[in-house]
Design a protein around this ligand. Structure first.
Ligand code: UTP
Length: 297
């Protein structure tokens, strides 16, 4: 029987320069969609997929993230006294069991691959998941859960993939497809940020991965890739060269790139409209805005 994947790495040590000046003092992962920080969406998705150990790769200035997952006894007592049971319930999803969450430091932002490598001792000799909190995915069945189910069939390495427009493809890791089976593709190669015109397909890797421990061994070589960073894509591509299976998984759901301002704003609108208590007022506002814009034309 295949071992279940129960560990997930959350690399949150990046500088978040696209959101400066906000990220000068707030970790990007604490920025909120409606009323929940990005990290909460990622944690909820991991929990739904059966993850039990949450491994954070952090850096200087990220202490707000660590505090977020602690119990808040004063706050809880105050809410209890006031009979705010609904809010208490909401708070529960932010609490982590003692020992379920671990933090390792990445001293310098040398790239996503390097951040993942920093968690190697915590991962040990097991397959593990990686979740990038920038990618928020609205889906009926959470994306990582879909991937776990696919992984139970295939084993090996599974990366989340989606078709992206031609003019955006060079911002992503891109799959070279050996065999297309619909939801799953068998991968022949992977290129991080291909120069325009050289991309092997428009099927891009997005921030969910299930990886074998071999990936850590590849990252150990600390090879610099695109942009002078140690790239996770390169370590996965090395597995293909070694004859190990790598699959792309076309997940069902809507992905928002919350690492970019436009993506973050789109997600804010979508998640706002998805909330029953906000929908009426918010959609009226958006309709009015739209009518005003059309009127001005
Ligand atoms: P990004 O490429 O989005 O970089 O990293 P960033 O620093 O977060 O943001 P910008 O581009 O400067 O605005 C993708 C993911 O990898 C993590 C980031 O925290 C983010 O979750 N990362 C990246 C690290 O943990 N360490 C690194 O050295 C680089």
């Amino acid at each position: 029987m295949k071992r279940k994947v129960t560990k997930a790495i959350f690399p949150v040590a990046g500088l978040g320069t696209r959101f400066l000046p906000a990220t000068k003092s707030i970790p990007k992962e604490i920025m909120t969609l409606v009323d929940r920080p990005l990290i909460q969406y990622a944690i909820d998705e991991a929990r739904a997929a059966g993850i039990k150990e949450f491994l954070f790769v952090t850096s200087r200035g990220k202490s707000a993230l660590e505090d977020y997952f602690d119990d808040a006894p004063e706050l809880e007592t105050s809410l209890r006294k006031k009979g705010k049971t609904q809010m208490l319930e909401e708070l529960k999803s932010t609490n982590m069991d003692s020992g379920a969450i671990a933090y390792v430091r990445q001293n310098r932002a040398l790239g996503l691959g390097h951040a993942v490598w920093c968690a190697r001792r915590l991962v040990g000799n097991e397959s593990f998941a990686v979740i990038l909190t920038d990618d928020v995915i609205a889906a009926e069945k959470p994306c990582l859960q879909q991937m776990m189910e696919a992984h139970e069939e295939t084993g090996g390495n599974v990366v989340a993939a989606m078709e992206v427009p031609q003019d955006k493809v060079s911002s992503y890791g891109v799959l070279d497809i050996e065999e297309d089976m619909g939801d799953m593709v068998k991968v022949r190669g992977m290129v991080e940020k291909p120069a325009p015109g050289t991309e092997p397909s428009n099927l891009a890797v997005i921030g969910r991965y299930i990886l074998t421990p071999n990936i850590m061994r590849n990252l150990n070589k600390k090879k610099e890739g695109a942009g002078g960073e140690i790239q996770l894509t390169d370590a996965i591509a090395e597995e293909i060269t070694a004859g190990e299976p790598v699959y792309g998984f076309r997940f069902r759901g809507q992905r928002y790139d919350c690492g970019s301002k436009a993506g973050f704003l789109q997600a804010t609108v979508a998640f706002g409209l998805a909330r029953e208590e906000l929908r009426g007022e918010f959609s009226t506002y958006l309709d009015d805005l739209h009518a005003q814009k059309n009127g001005a034309k």
